[in-house]
Design a protein around this ligand. Structure first.
Ligand SMILES: Nc1nc2c(ncn2[C@@H]2O[C@H](COP(=O)(O)OP(=O)(O)OP(=O)(O)O)[C@@H](O)[C@H]2O)c(=O)[nH]1
Ligand SMILES: [Zn+2]
Length: 209
């Protein structure tokens, strides 16, 4: 495994003071971050999230997706609960990188959906791998989780690494007129588990993602 733990510090946020742990992947050059909050009781299933980097949503307030809203809500939920973790993985654009994501957005501006856009650029719909979470979870000392996600692949990935996911906690936040079709495509083509009320045909209209 090419992931190396580097250092930890405090990360004060509007929701409370997290601990931030930095990791380096010497194979890819990617720098990943784990946030932890509170003290974990032995044997308890810890509330957490695996979050894939989305510069546009997480830092630039984009309404094209739901990432920024999910990140904020996850941090808030963890702080309210008093303990939890977030793995912030640098796999921007479902693994194709920022510039390719902008290329994909350009195609989406012309009418493609998020899956078609990736495929037109020669990528699979979702290129993410999750094996970096094994050493990250070992380092933060958690093996039993309640995972905030709508993505069954994240649950399966954790289970395949021997981590126990005792519950999937839905995280449906941030729907708006710019991301409705994107969310619908995630549900119909990428297998995300979204409750129906999250988008109705009437709400969707004919906007493109
Ligand atoms: N290629 C591509 N990546 C996107 C697009 N919109 C968001 N992303 C990336 O998708 C990743 C987030 O994945 P999502 O599918 O929204 O959600 P998820 O992480 O699989 O599942 P949740 O845990 O439910 O949020 C981030 O890396 C974003 O940068 C897009 O249109 N094209
Ligand atoms: Zn996003």
């Amino acid at each position: 495994m090419s992931i190396k733990y580097i250092a930890s510090s405090k990360l004060p946020t509007p929701w409370g003071v997290f601990e931030m742990h930095g990791f380096e992947d010497s194979e890819t050059g990617k720098e990943h971050v784990a946030l932890t909050f509170g003290t974990f009781s032995p044997g308890a299933a810890v509330l957490g999230r695996i979050h894939s980097e989305c510069l546009t949503g997480d830092a630039l307030f984009s309404l094209r997706c739901d990432c920024g809203f999910q990140l904020q809500t996850a941090m808030q939920n963890i702080a309210e609960e008093g303990q939890g973790f977030i793995l912030y993985l640098r796999q921007e654009g479902r693994g194709i990188g920022l510039l390719n994501k902008i290329r994909a957005y350009e195609l989406q501006d012309q009418g493609a959906n998020t899956v078609e856009a990736n495929e037109r650029l020669g990528f699979e719909a979702d290129m993410r791998k999750y094996d970096m979470i094994i050493p990250m979870m070992q380092k933060i000392g958690i093996d039993k989780v309640r995972l905030m996600t709508n993505n069954p692949r994240k649950v399966k990935a954790m289970q395949s690494f021997g981590l126990e996911v005792v519950e999937r906690v839905p995280l449906q936040v941030g729907k708006n007129r710019y991301n409705e079709n994107y969310l619908k495509t995630k549900s119909t083509q990428l297998g995300h588990m979204m409750s129906e009320h999250h988008f109705t045909e009437a709400e969707l209209g004919d906007t493109k993602d």
